[in-house]
Design a protein around this ligand. Structure first.
Ligand SMILES: Cc1ncc(COP(=O)(O)O)c(C=O)c1O
Length: 376
């Protein structure tokens, strides 16, 4: 199987897998127990937190470990809403992940005013529109950094400067961009991270929160994570997240170059062989590993299933919503018709993919598409 669905999830680094057995054996105690074994497990967590903070150039206390980015996003949104009851206005975009849109929909049903800032047909946020929406009741600007369906990057520093000027909190879902793009903490107040998108195991996430931003917990209990996320932490998963962050940090240039080479080669070959396809937002700043392609006349679900039988794993729309044949809310927000959106397929490359794999996959994609197209 050639796995080109790395925006959905990534393979765990072999170096992390190697450490896990020992860490599960050695650090099995509850990190909240006061005996030595417990403290040993706690130290591993705090060492991991401190090391991630050093890489991010922030304070260790500004890092909250969660179970996943969906939880981080929920914590950021509901935790802020609880902390600043005097403000009831939130600005977001129509191109967010569902783990942002669903909590905001819930807040809106409770009386919050949620405004959606316009994006252009490349999916870039309209800064003037954003500026015009901010008012004295605005609690939060919540804008995704790198889009999970198209890879399009927002100028998050520019957005952050504007939010700073207007004294509103900026929270960005950095799940896809984390470790691939720099985030300037002078301008961003909070961001969410998911371990499994950067070659760590699943069920570990993180929320960065600037020290002076108030936040209330959504999960209450034993008061772990400085009261912001109760529940026994996993020293194993937290340490794995740190190892993944460190790996990406130390090898960033090589990894990014590799991903860019794969994607550029893929797009070039596909365009040569299928001039009728359209690559979304091809000429704007995108993440190095994601490309989204519209294949005229062929329904994307059919193409994804046919490619699966050919041994190529890809996604149509967001992986979290695959199975539902509804057009992607992201692609339609860019101004594409529902029909076009139903013909779009996401290819996302990972650090373990090779150029040979991309070459073979391209050939299979071209042939499968041509076969299917001849039916319609
Ligand atoms: C942009 C974005 N935000 C949030 C999430 C949710 O992450 P998790 O699977 O860790 O809950 C995803 C996962 O696909 C994502 O791509």
């Amino acid at each position: 199987m050639i796995y080109l669905d790395n925006a959905a999830t990534t393979q765990v680094l072999p170096s992390i897998l190697e450490t896990l057995k020992d860490i599960y054996t050695e650090y099995y105690a509850n990190p909240n127990s006061i005996h030595r074994e417990g403290q040993k497990a706690k130290n591993l967590i705090e060492k991991s937190r401190f090391s991630i903070a050093q890489i991010l150039k922030c304070k260790a206390d500004e890092i909250i470990f969660t179970s996943c980015a969906t939880e981080s996003n929920n914590l950021a949104i509901f935790g802020l809403a609880e902390s600043y009851p005097e403000k009831n206005h939130i600005i977001t975009t129509p191109i967010e992940h569902k783990s942002i849109l669903a909590p905001l929909k819930h807040l809106s049903s409770k009386g919050y005013k949620v405004d959606f800032v316009k994006v252009d047909n490349n999916g870039i946020v309209d800064l003037d529109h954003l500026k015009s929406l901010i008012n004295s009741k605005t609690l939060l600007v919540c804008i995704i950094h790198g889009n999970n369906e198209t890879g399009v990057l927002q100028d998050i520093n520019q957005i952050g400067k504007l939010c700073k000027e207007k004294e509103v909190i900026l929270f960005t879902d950095a799940v896809q961009s984390f470790c691939k793009e720099d985030i300037n903490l002078d301008f961003v107040d909070m961001f969410s991270v998911s371990g499994h998108k950067i070659n760590a195991p699943k069920f570990i996430g993180m929320l960065y929160k600037k020290e002076d931003v108030k936040l209330k917990p959504i999960i209450m209990g034993g008061g772990q994570e400085r009261g912001l996320r109760s529940g026994t932490q996993s020293p194993q998963l937290i340490n794995s997240l740190y190892l993944a962050v460190e790996y990406w940090h130390n090898n960033k240039e090589t990894l990014i170059t590799h991903l860019k080479v794969l994607r550029e080669h893929f797009e070039k070959r596909l365009k040569e062989k299928l001039p009728e396809i359209k690559i979304l937002s091809e000429n704007v700043k995108r993440l190095p590993n994601i490309t989204n392609v519209i294949f005229p006349k062929v329904d994307s679900q059919t193409l994804v299933m046919a490619l699966d039988t050919e041994g190529v794993a890809v996604s149509s729309g967001s992986a979290c919503s695959s199975g539902t044949p509804t057009p992607s809310h992201v692609i339609t927000a860019y101004g594409y018709s529902e029909k076009e959106a139903l013909h779009s397929v996401r290819f996302s490359f990972g650090i373990f993919n090779t150029l040979d794999e991309v070459e073979v996959a391209t050939e299979k994609i071209v042939n499968t598409y041509k076969d299917l197209r001849s039916f319609f």
